[in-house]
Design a protein around this ligand. Structure first.
Ligand SMILES: *Cc1c(COP(=O)(O)O)cnc(C)c1O
Length: 401
């Protein structure tokens, strides 16, 4: 059994359940259903079968010979979550929770989304399991991510634009929680990262640990031992905790969280919550947040749309505070450079989010002895980012061209 969270959903000073009273029974029902599912061999068998036959697991662990030679230091491996169906690690969590929704006999699934990746994953599994699906998305993101909105609609989901606040992910999540208070009886709220009120951070982590369990087996096969360093990009923290949790007791394995430094952490345009956040309550849990002295949430920025939530999952906040994990911020410019580096050295187009982890590795690896072993979580593929990258590189791209 995992040490964290405790029975109230606390990870050290972080986590918990700060929600409207109407949601307390729903969270309790979810926790009970999840505990029962975890003990049920049929649930595990279903999860295993869809993971294999539909998501495409296990994903490969790939040794990057070219990148390793180019950087001239530690040996670098990629955990290829970009090869999951729908293009990112988000599928692992959406599958697990959609199976819970079916088990709980919920006819409707709701979700929040920022860039649209979690919305697409949720719409995908709602179609597979024949549930109604509604995705809440900030109206600015609806404009910016038109292609993912179209994908969700093709998959049968209703996409509801949210016009409050900064009209982005934070506001979409607030609206999804508000909607849930009115629809708890027939709706399963499928949260997209290791964030929100207990038991979500635990549930999302557990479904994502398939990444780390596979990686552990695979690296032992390749290298005959555990890795020295694990590196992942962090927003809510689901891909990072998914890779790293199965190594948490291996004190010699360093864990490094890489977050969005945007235009630089000395200015206002970034999403560096682990570096600059302070404790506060948002979306049902106590965690680190980017906020002003009055607790107003600050505007965030990252070239990676999936990294600009102004908070972080409570377990990651705790891993930072306890000193078990290290953290760093990478700028937009560094992430773009790393994006091109992986394209050119390995023939793999990474998501801009994952490019942050690659950028940090590109700085760290050359300083390390050649026997050291690094695993990077390649959380997603970059196809969704073509327009953003083209614009950043000053290359004109015709729509559909
Ligand atoms: C959503 C997303 C992330 C950030 O979310 P986490 O919960 O922090 O993992 C990272 N990479 C990709 C490809 C994503 O789609």
């Amino acid at each position: 059994m995992p040490a964290f969270p405790d029975t109230h959903g606390h990870f050290g000073d972080f986590g918990g359940k700060f929600v409207a009273e109407t949601l307390m029974p729903a969270l309790f029902e979810l926790e009970q259903a999840y505990k029962e599912a975890r003990r049920d061999p049929k649930f595990h068998a279903d999860l295993e079968r869809y993971s294999r036959e539909y998501v495409g697991r296990p994903t490969p662990l790939f040794f990057c010979a070219n990148l390793t030679a180019k950087l001239g230091g530690a040996r670098i491996y990629l955990k290829r979550e970009d090869l999951c169906h729908t293009g990112a690690h988000k599928a692992n969590n959406a599958l697990g929770q959609a199976l819970l929704a079916v088990r709980m006999k919920k006819e409707r699934i709701s979700a929040e989304t920022g860039a649209g990746q979690h919305g697409v994953a949720t719409a995908t599994f709602s179609a597979l399991f024949q549930r109604a699906c509604e995705v809440f998305m900030g109206s600015v993101d609806v404009e910016r991510q038109a292609l993912n909105v179209f994908r969700m609609k093709l998959l049968g989901a209703k996409v509801t634009a949210v016009d409050s606040g900064t009209k982005s992910l934070k506001d979409a999540m607030s609206e999804a929680l508000r909607d849930w208070t009115a629809t708890v009886r027939d709706t399963y709220y499928l949260i997209g990262s290791a964030a929100g009120p207990h038991p979500y951070p635990m549930i999302v982590r557990d479904f994502q640990t398939v990444i780390g369990r596979e990686a552990r087996r695979q690296i032992v096969k390749h290298e005959g031992r555990l890795p020295d360093i694990l590196i992942a990009c962090v927003n809510g923290g689901s891909n990072a905790i998914g890779l790293m949790y199965p190594f948490i007791k291996d004190k010699n394995v360093r864990m490094i969280f890489v977050e969005a430094g945007g235009l630089g952490i000395n200015g206002p345009s970034h999403a560096a919550t682990l570096t600059l956040g302070t404790p506060g309550v948002l979306h049902g849990n106590r965690t680190l947040l980017l906020q002003d002295e009055l607790g107003q949430i600050r505007d965030t920025h990252s070239i990676a749309a999936g990294l600009d939530y102004p908070g972080v999952g409570p377990e990651l906040a705790h891993l930072r505070d306890s000193g078990r994990a290290e953290y760093a911020a990478v700028t937009d410019a560094e992430a773009l450079e790393a994006f091109r580096l992986l394209c050119e050295t390995e023939g793999i187009i990474p998501a801009l989010e994952s490019s942050h982890a690659i950028a940090y590795t590109a700085k760290l690896a050359p300083t390390l002895p050649k026997e050291q072993v690094i695993i990077i979580n390649l959380s997603g593929r970059g196809d969704k980012d073509m327009n953003t990258v083209a614009r950043a590189l000053g290359v004109p791209l015709r729509e559909g061209g």
